[in-house]
Design a binder for this molecule. Sequence first.
Ligand SMILES: Cc1cc2nc3c(=O)[nH]c(=O)nc-3n(C[C@H](O)[C@H](O)[C@H](O)COP(=O)(O)OP(=O)(O)OC[C@H]3O[C@@H](n4cnc5c(N)ncnc54)[C@H](O)[C@@H]3O)c2cc1C
Length: 400
Amino acid sequence: MKRSVAIVGGGASALFLAVSLDTSKYKVTIYERNKTLGRKFLVAGKGGFNLTHSEPVNMLTARYTPIDFLHSTITRFDNQHFRDWLASIGIQTFVGSSKRVYPIKGIKPIEVLKAVLNILEEKEVQIKTEHTWMGWDEDNTLIFNKNTSIKADFVIFALGGGSWKVTGSDGLWQSFFEEKNIKTVPFQASNCAFKIEWNQDFIVKHEGTPLKNIAIRCNDNIQKGEVVITKFGLEGNGIYGLSPQIRASFLKEGVATIYLDFKSVWTLSILQKKIENAPSRNMGQVLKKTIKLSPAAIHIIKSKLSKTDYLNPERLAFYIKNLPLTIIDTSPIDEAISTVGGIDRNEVDPNFQFKQLPDHFCIGEMLDWDTPTGGYLLQACYSMGLYLGEYLNQQTRLSH
Ligand SMILES: Cc1cc2nc3c(=O)[nH]c(=O)nc-3n(C[C@H](O)[C@H](O)[C@H](O)COP(=O)(O)OP(=O)(O)OC[C@H]3O[C@@H](n4cnc5c(N)ncnc54)[C@H](O)[C@@H]3O)c2cc1C
């Protein structure tokens, strides 16, 4: 008799696990609270659908915090593996100028999702929608709404993080695990906007303006990219990747200081020479015409510097490359692209099996790890899904 696998939650990691399971061995069922699967996967397409990132594996694995938690998982099923697999199901990808990997032009997230769902259909994976998991009863039977209870040989939780509740990932499952004495870590926003107290005059002029090609430093970590000025503060890939460092500063000091480098392509001495040798002595003109800073960048710099520093080429050059800004908060959790927190990493073994609950596993964003946006989140879901799939396919134990 086939053994049964119940996958609770039907997002990215559940789908990747299900496609990799050997259905000649297992009767696989996905239980999802929504009417459809993969709703967060679909919103991931908004503003650029990064399936993975193309950098070499040693750099890829270094993007995850803590660095060792997903190392062997991602090395086993890496970004090239993911791209090859996508190609095998008809989803060709390309590497953008940012080195992020996108589906080729014309392929929308819904088509990627459909290609995955087709495989599940071919593999006869059962899909039970509108099934909300509500905890366990005394003998570890899974309790769902509509008075349904389910027992399976293997149970895999893939319930997602705690942001974008509208997609179904509300994180309310934490209490069920706590009742079982499985430690959870409170959710915090990651890859989110950060709050800065701009002055009114600045925000009226520059709300919605991007700061392009900048580098931002926080606690010796540097992120290059673009950020957008918002009423709330700053958001965008130029700052999302610093989420772990900013959160660490909050924990230690209550606030965080970031340093903006508006001219990361030039060294400090080159920049200083350009300012000194500029044809104009009007600093506003020098910054605009010679250094080619945007009006928003010039406004930030001018508002933060004393007149003496602003008129001194050495000091001015220093601040163009090291402008401190104070961050006072993160965006609300629900608005974050991802969350940290969830199941404490120490509760699972290297195959993502709960140490206290044999044959029960947990994958995806519901575990406490972090990574920047740019394809790394979905890469981790893919790697974890396939890694666990491979492990389960190797199990030879007979049915209970
Ligand atoms: C706006 C946005 C843009 C993004 N863009 C990208 C991107 O371009 N690249 C990238 O790599 N990542 C991106 N991400 C992140 C990525 O989508 C997530 O990290 C990924 O979907 C997490 O997968 P998961 O399977 O762990 O959880 P989810 O995809 O969140 O799936 C969890 C599932 O569990 C279900 N569920 C929850 N509780 C229950 C319950 N009690 N009973 C039954 N079912 C339940 C939910 O309904 C959900 O379907 C983006 C995220 C957002 C919000």
